[in-house]
Design a protein around this ligand. Structure first.
Ligand SMILES: *Cc1c(COP(=O)(O)O)cnc(C)c1O
Length: 501
């Protein structure tokens, strides 16, 4: 299996090259040249556990990894002691009126957000890839984060040999717990820095540093290379495909769905479009998913795109109570556009150029029709998010974090409008305790107090277990308080790496 770029079809790189490099030289994203059809293997896969399913699925895509290498990566990444319930994922069945919901809780890992699912394994993929492609080189991982990727990447890469990781986050754009998680990060190869700007500023500047030929040359002289832990990296997306396939198989194995052709809708609270794209990839491989319902907060650029075919980031940026979705440029949409335009690198290049210069683009009719057929979309603001948390807690005795609440809200509207009551998997992306103030407020608790008191109150009212890893941060020393302008990210990186300009 080889990989091409969304902007250059003639490219042909191996999986390990794609993972090591993160993003293609001309700025495109790596995609596999084809997707294996696993329909015929679903029955046998359904009898395996998560780890065995993961190995099998990875082996289709990581064809220059040996079986032992894949086993090593998977078994270390998903060690039972790393996850609250021993298994990486947990599904909670919820009957809400005529709706059958399977809440796919992806936040029982070390940093309490779904990003752990991919970022626990990416360091293993990356170090294995570096051994094949860049013997002796140090990988410098640059991360732009809206809060959760940063911590999950730091935790995944801390003290991993031959790597150094620098995380940039928007100065006023993350929750207090997310900030605490990052600022107290341990490890000798880690660094965290706030940026005066929003997430899009962070992501744009980091992408620019990545693809700057001059900086790349400077790194090479010092025996280093850049890599990415953002969802532009194929090694981040692939592990996410696994949990959609695995969850569907669990529904089948447990008799929740009749057979392996039963359609199930998928609802995803979306920011960079990575998580929902992974669900689409599962469908390409033969999982009979129905609609993909893309849920946004007030930064609803995707809602408009999926309803009308025009992507327009020229709009106000809102700082919301679901900060990990405060994004106006969803990087992974580029991959979807590549697939739905019939692998047209020309179209993708044109649209991405227009996005760069005008801040907006409109896709052609035939591509748009495919988008409309596959996807539905909706959005809700902070107030509606809070109301949804309150309502689902009262009526279903189920406590949602703010991001997952956006998904539940949008799903309710979707069913109301379409009467499509096929069962649905809703991706539950974070622990409510990562956004405790907003959650506490929503369920009527006093929030004018210390964060850990709020957490204790939420626990007392809901009975939901407080993750050990969040409790442990309480008395940890703050190690980082760097702040940089968005235009000086480049200098910050070079100085940090000890490379003189
Ligand atoms: C990152 C994140 C999202 C958005 O996921 P994308 O893959 O960027 O679309 C949603 N919820 C939470 C809690 C997140 O951390």
């Amino acid at each position: 299996m080889f990989y091409k770029s969304t902007r250059d079809d003639s490219l042909k790189v191996t999986a390990s090259q794609a993972i090591a490099q993160g993003i293609s030289n001309e700025g495109g994203l790596f995609i596999p040249e084809s997707f294996p059809d696993i329909k015929g293997e679903l029955e046998s896969l359904s009898k395996l556990n998560y780890i065995e399913r993961a190995k099998k699925i990875f082996s289709f895509f990581l064809t220059d990894f040996t079986e032992d290498e894949i086993a090593y990566c998977v078994e270390n990444a998903y060690r039972p002691e790393k996850f609250e319930n021993s298994a990486p994922t947990k599904v909670v069945k919820i009957l809400d009126g005529e709706k059958t919901i399977y809440s796919l809780e992806l936040w029982h890992g070390p940093t309490c957000a779904f990003k752990d699912m991919a970022l626990q394994i990416l360091p293993y993929f990356l170090t294995t890839s570096l051994k094949k492609n860049a013997q002796g080189k140090k990988a410098v991982i640059l991360v732009a984060t809206s809060g959760d990727t940063g911590k999950a990447a730091l935790e995944g890469f801390k003290d991993v040999e031959n790597t150094e990781i620098i995380v940039f986050y928007p100065e006023n754009g993350v929750s207090p717990m997310q900030l605490r998680q990052m600022a107290t990060q341990e490890g000798n190869n880690v660094c965290v820095c706030a940026v005066k700007g929003n997430f899009d500023d962070c992501q744009t500047q980091v992408k620019r540093v990545f693809t700057d030929p001059e900086i790349k040359a400077q790194l090479a002289e010092n025996n280093m290379m850049f890599s990415s832990a953002n969802s532009i990296n194929w090694g981040r997306l692939l592990p996410q495909v696994v949990y959609y396939i695995s969850t569907y198989l669990d529904l089948y194995a447990e008799g929740e769905i009749e057979n392996l052709e039963t359609p199930v809708n998928v609802v995803v609270p979306t920011g960079n479009f990575g998580n929902i794209l992974a669900a689409y990839y599962a469908k390409l491989m033969g999982i009979p998913f129905g609609k993909f319902i893309c849920a946004s907060n007030s930064n609803n650029v995707l809602t408009d795109f999926i309803s009308g075919g025009t992507y327009n980031k020229n709009r106000p940026f809102f700082t919301t109570n679901s900060p990990s979705m405060d994004i106006l440029v969803s990087s992974n949409l580029e991959r979807l556009l590549y697939h739905l335009s019939g692998n047209s690198t020309e179209s993708v290049k044109k649209w991405m150029n227009e996005l760069n210069t005008d801040g907006s683009y409109t896709i052609d009719e035939s591509t748009a029709e495919k988008v409309f057929e596959l996807f539905a979309a909706g959005c809700c603001d902070d107030e509606a998010t809070g109301k949804t948390i309150a309502e689902k807690f009262e009526n279903l005795n189920y406590l949602l974090d703010t991001h997952t609440a956006v998904a539940f809200n949008v799903y309710d509207s979707y069913v109301e409008n379409t009467k499509d009551v096929r069962p649905a998997i809703i991706a539950s992306t974070a622990s409510p305790y990562k956004f405790s103030k907003s959650v506490a407020q929503a369920i009527g608790l006093d929030t004018d107090k210390d964060e850990y008191e709020i957490i204790a109150d939420v626990n007392a009212k809901s009975g939901l277990n407080i993750p050990e890893s969040l409790l442990a941060l309480k008395d940890k020393e703050v190690r980082f308080n760097n702040l940089t302008d968005r235009d000086t990210i480049k200098d910050f990186v070079l100085t940090k790496l000890g490379i003189n300009k």
